[in-house]
Design a binder for this molecule. Structure first.
Ligand SMILES: NC(=O)C1=CN([C@@H]2O[C@H](COP(=O)(O)OP(=O)(O)OC[C@H]3O[C@@H](n4cnc5c(N)ncnc54)[C@H](OP(=O)(O)O)[C@@H]3O)[C@@H](O)[C@H]2O)C=CC1
Ligand SMILES: Nc1nc(=O)c2c([nH]1)NC[C@@H]1CN(c3ccc(C(=O)N[C@@H](CCC(=O)O)C(=O)O)cc3)C=[N+]21
Ligand SMILES: [Mg+2]
Length: 299
């Protein structure tokens, strides 16, 4: 049976470290990191994430600024808010919750965020820095995946990594991080031929697809480490009429018979994503103030 990689506990420990560092920044320099989250529209799932982020931001001693705009907001209004957040000295991190309503071009909005405050790491400047080995802000979900992999496997040099999914927010940045960690990286996607066979070569298999339980146990090399990024809400009639539950992109029951270790959904990558958002906000705060984040205590 595969070991379950407990992202919930890992994230709680990371948040405790961050809380200590925030206190240190506050005592030593009188700085309180501030994170602004912009939510356009009233998607119930996004509401839950934004509420969780706000609560955890305050718990680590940061300031949380939530901006909720109506579904019919136009692009100019979002750009105007982003400009004000860029100029606000109490705001060190800006996250615009995706997806945005259809009338708003998300590329325009992401391009308007000050790259130094881009705690999602989605701005083309930060994407370019990641691709060229520079020092920018790294997307939260890939960062959280790397932390769990390093914790579980130590050095990743020479390992075969397969990332299923090539989005700009998960698959591509994660592939860059794995490459920088000296893995041999394959990126698979919807046009890949014989996906099961590609997956079977992986020492590290990452699923970032958005298809509930698509990846089966017999696609997994015996002993492989599996990171399930997928967050899929599916009907759960067994819990009662109209109820739902979360499952990943990996079929956990069959995968556990083959993998060496696997992240569960929920309780795997998701909690790490929010903890890494707070870590990025701390990093951004330090850099904006000309401080080196690695000088803070790592306890
Ligand atoms: N845990 C967390 O914190 C987070 C979780 N997520 C979850 O991760 C998943 C992926 O998110 P995201 O990257 O934004 O999704 P996207 O929809 O942007 O990308 C999905 C990728 O999967 C590929 N794909 C789709 N179907 C198949 C298939 N049948 N076989 C192989 N590849 C396929 C697509 O290929 P192509 O490019 O060819 O279309 C695409 O590259 C979702 O479930 C999302 O909810 C996302 C962000 C954070
Ligand atoms: N600009 C932007 N940045 C994002 O990082 C971003 C986004 N937009 N839009 C949506 C996706 C999705 N995402 C998740 C974060 C945490 C959990 C999470 O904490 N999940 C818990 C369960 C939560 C629940 O029960 O609903 C878990 O997996 O255990 C899930 C998904 C961030 N995203
Ligand atoms: Mg992310």
């Amino acid at each position: 049976m595969a070991q379950l990689i407990d992202g919930k506990t890992f994230a709680a420990n990371l948040r405790r470290t961050i809380a200590g560092q925030v206190a240190q920044l506050n005592r030593g320099h009188g700085i309180t990191p501030g994170l602004a989250v912009v939510l356009v529209g009233n998607d119930p799932a996004s509401e839950v994430y934004v509420r969780n982020k706000g609560r955890q931001t305050i718990e680590v001693g940061m300031q949380s600024f939530e901006h909720r705009l109506p579904q019919n907001t136009d692009e100019a209004q979002v750009l105007d808010l982003v400009a004000r957040l860029n100029a606000d000295p109490n705001v060190h991190g800006i996250l615009v919750q995706l997806p945005l309503p259809d009338q708003i071009n998300s590329a325009h909005v992401l391009a308007a965020i000050d790259p130094k405050k881009d705690v999602d790491g989605f701005h083309v400047i930060n994407a370019g820095l990641l691709a060229t080995g520079g020092k920018g802000l790294v997307p939260c979900t890939p960062l959280g995946c790397m932390m769990m992999l390093h914790d579980h496997l130590g050095d990743l040099s020479g390992l075969d990594a397969v990332v299923v999914g090539r989005s700009n927010i998960v698959g591509k940045p994660l592939a860059h991080l794995l490459l920088a960690a000296n893995c041999t990286v394959t990126i698979a996607h919807s046009r890949s031929r014989d996906l099961p066979d590609i997956c079977r070569k992986a020492d590290i298999l990452v699923a970032a697809v958005g298809r509930p339980r698509m990846i089966k146990g017999d696609w997994i090399k015996p002993g492989a480490t599996v990171i399930d990024v997928g967050i899929n809400r599916i009907p759960a009639p067994e819990k009662g009429e109209g109820k739902s539950r979360l499952v990943g992109d990996v079929d956990l029951a069959s995968a556990q018979k083959h993998a060496g270790a696997i992240t569960p959904v929920p309780g795997g990558v998701g909690p790490m994503t929010i903890a890494c958002l707070l870590a990025n906000t701390l990093t951004a705060t330090c850099r904006i103030h000309g401080l080196d984040p690695s000088d803070l205590d790592a306890r």
